[in-house]
Design a protein. Sequence first.
Length: 311
Amino acid sequence: MKAPAAPLLLLEAGLVVAWSSGFIGGKLAAETATLFLVLFWRFVAVALLLSPAVLAALRAGLTRRQIHRQLLIGALAMGVYLGAGLKAIELGVPAGLAALIAVLQPPLTAALAGPLLGERVSGRQWLGLGLGFLGVLLAVGGALGTAPLWAYGLCLLGMAGLTAATLLAKGSDDGVGLLPAIGLQSLVTALLFAPLAWLEGGLIPNAEPGFLLAIGWFVVLSTFGGYGLYWLCLRRGSATRTASLLYLTPPVTMLWAWAMFGEPLSLWAALGFGLCLLGVLLTRRAPALTPRSPAAAPAGAPGSAGCRRGG
């Protein structure tokens, strides 16, 4: 049975807000302690909170192959994407511009979804992707910040990591539940960030209010909210449809930054947001997934690859 449209739209709206919170979390982390120390304890906290779900999945017969796939997805979607992207913000890349580079992911995902997943992206969807990118470009303006050139390369690396994880998660149908999946992904990400945090000054957390705020912000809004809704939307829709939602995150990030840090808004930001919204709407009206083979299950149907599982 096809999933009702209204609940999916609500999930997607929540995803846009929660995913945008990650860029603000990066600013909070940069103002408190070493970035990797915050990221390390963020994922330690999530892994501990979800350890009962992981243990239950292991007792239920979680296979080594399933575990390895979730660890790889976590390393790419959390370790590479966050480690590279948030480090770039700490080095001086503006949050809005970091979000702009990150949203190169939707067209890259759409281009690769055809040969790798069998998804056909319609002309209307390509138009929507193009308008969305133009809207993001208008919204963030020309602020380049003071970061070294290689810091912008970190943003590209992070975007590539999330794209690879999206395609891997959508292309798998391994039956791992959402909470055990996030638990395993968080575990491997904590292990990846441990040596980086140690090199920046050690693994001992501090009890400063700012540090605890950054951890709580990341855990609740960016991990359970952002990643939880991202994987859930990916299971319910196509890779192109889900990735296109990220076009709305830079304008929403700018609203967060205006409300919390007093960063100015502009007419260009409002125009850009309108184009982003139009672009995302165009990707909604087009068919979310067109199977290449008549025998393939339609998007959202029980048993179709990645609609209920993966990620």
